[in-house]
Ligand binder design. Structure first.
Ligand code: FES
Ligand code: FE2
Length: 441
């Protein structure tokens, strides 16, 4: 398997300086004072720099392991805007291949997912195996004898690693290991992914939809924003409350914690002994005593039964709904949301069904919460290009200075109602935007 040392094989080509000009972000993001210049959500050049300096070197979510059962299983997705194929090779390893024929650049796979022996480009017929090696091409004898097919395999992500069923890939071969990059967030993620000794599975395929909005609006909200819940989701909470009058005061005023990290990840969750799964069959299924033992009491009363989280840059999750999603950037003004339902493998079928339907009802494309969120992001984005608006700072000052280590919660946390993880998100964003990436050497 020829894993390219340099995932950008330009063969013998060279480029002039200055084609990809990077901008010093300077004071456009000032997380220490909770201020953001809203131009970072709409500027085309900044967006292109994000592709080079954030997406080309961060761990990006690819798929769930459950999507690959046999060699030849593949799934097509994106890393940033680059189309990639994740395939299981004959050794049952997952390869992540740039979906770009080395001949003239057509995609070599157009199916969303499936099982295959190899990928044949429909333009001239170059054929690649599950590891991305060029194994056949029509008219090979018409090339010079010095033509070596092994030089013309698909570009392959040099790093592919999993954390508790979630597969991530990175174009930077020297990136720190995925688990180190997740850091203290693993404790919060485990409350979602490690309830069941058998692990998790995905059901119902991948739901995809398009929203008008910059990718950061969605990612930062899932990292930091419990604040919007009572206002933006008031009608949804009303529908879901037994009285129909909206959330009880005790629920609306819940206290909890928000996790923030130097790596840009974030998570927030109310902490309450009566936190529970909203779908009744799911609530009844869990043995909370067993879970307090398997995880910890703090995980069970906090991030297991409620809240939100984001793995920097663009992978988000909702433990109580079983939702995982990627915010695929499609230019500065648009995202394509890809969402999966993740369930514990040991759940009986009726419990799985209840949780899947609950997830779709709340956070599917027409879910009662999801629609509120999408509406907010497109509202924020709609005027982002206007001149006076671009000269007006955004406020991320809630809970400023309250970040500290709180006993029982790994890493740095603030109170639930806070912009702490938003400030952490933009601190990391700024650091990466201002630092040359591996491919600039
Ligand atoms: S572009 Fe793929 S074979 Fe020509
Ligand atoms: Fe929301």
């Amino acid at each position: 398997m020829a894993t390219p040392q340099n995932p950008r094989p330009l063969a013998g080509l060279t480029r002039p300086q200055g084609l990809d000009t990077n901008t010093d972000i300077g004071g456009m993001a000032d997380p220490d004072n909770g201020l953001i210049d809203r131009r970072i959500f709409s500027d085309e050049e900044i967006y292109r720099q994000e592709m080079r300096r954030i997406f080309a070197r961060s761990w990006l979510f690819i798929a769930h392991e459950d999507q690959f059962q046999k060699p030849g299983d593949f799934f097509q997705t994106y890393m940033g805007e680059d189309p990639v194929i994740a395939s299981m090779n004959k050794k049952r390893e997952i390869r992540v291949l740039l979906n770009n024929c080395r001949h003239r650049g057509a995609r070599v796979c157009r199916a969303d997912h499936g099982r295959t022996k190899n990928f044949t480009c429909t333009y001239h017929g170059w054929t690649y195996d599950l590891d991305g090696e060029l194994v056949n091409l029509p008219g090979k004898d018409d090339y010079d004898p010095s033509f070596n097919p092994s030089d013309w395999g698909l570009v392959t992500a040099p790093r592919v690693e999993s954390y508790k069923g979630l597969i991530f890939a990175n174009w930077d071969e020297n990136a720190e290991p995925l688990e180190d990059a997740l850091g203290d967030l693993t404790w919060y993620l485990d409350a979602f992914l490690d309830r069941d000794p058998e692990g998790t599975c995905v059901v119902g395929g991948v739901t995809k939809w398009v929203l008008e909005g910059n990718w950061k609006l969605a990612a930062e909200q899932f990292a930091t924003d419990w604040y919007h819940v009572n206002m933006s989701h008031a009608s949804a909470l009303m529908v879901m409350s037994p009285s129909g009058k909206g959330p009880k005061k005790a629920i609306a005023e819940r206290t909890g914690k928000q996790f923030t990290s130097d790596s840009g990840h974030g998570a927030g969750f109310p902490v309450h002994p009566k936190n529970r799964f909203d779908a009744q069959p799911v609530h009844e299924y869990y043995d909370y005593e067993f879970l307090r033992d398997r995880l910890s009491p703090e995980q069970v009363t906090g991030p297991m039964t409620n809240g939100h989280g984001n793995v920097f840059p663009n992978f988000s999750y909702l433990p109580v709904n079983g939702s995982i999603r990627v915010w695929h950037p499609k230019g500065p003004n648009k995202i394509e949301v890809w969402a999966w339902t993740v369930l514990d493998k040991s759940m009986p079928e009726d419990v799985k069904k209840a949780q899947r339907l609950y997830n779709l009802r709340t956070f599917g494309p027409s879910g009662i919460f999801e629609q509120d969120d999408g509406e907010n992001w497109s509202e924020v984005q709609a005027n982002a290009h206007a001149f006076m608006i671009q000269g007006t700072a955004l406020n991320y000052q809630m809970g400023m200075g309250t970040e500290k280590h709180n006993a029982g919660f790994p890493g740095t946390t603030s109170e639930l109602y806070s912009d702490a993880a938003g400030r952490g998100f933009y601190r990391r964003w700024k650091e990466l935007m201002n630092t040359p990436a591996w491919h600039e050497n």
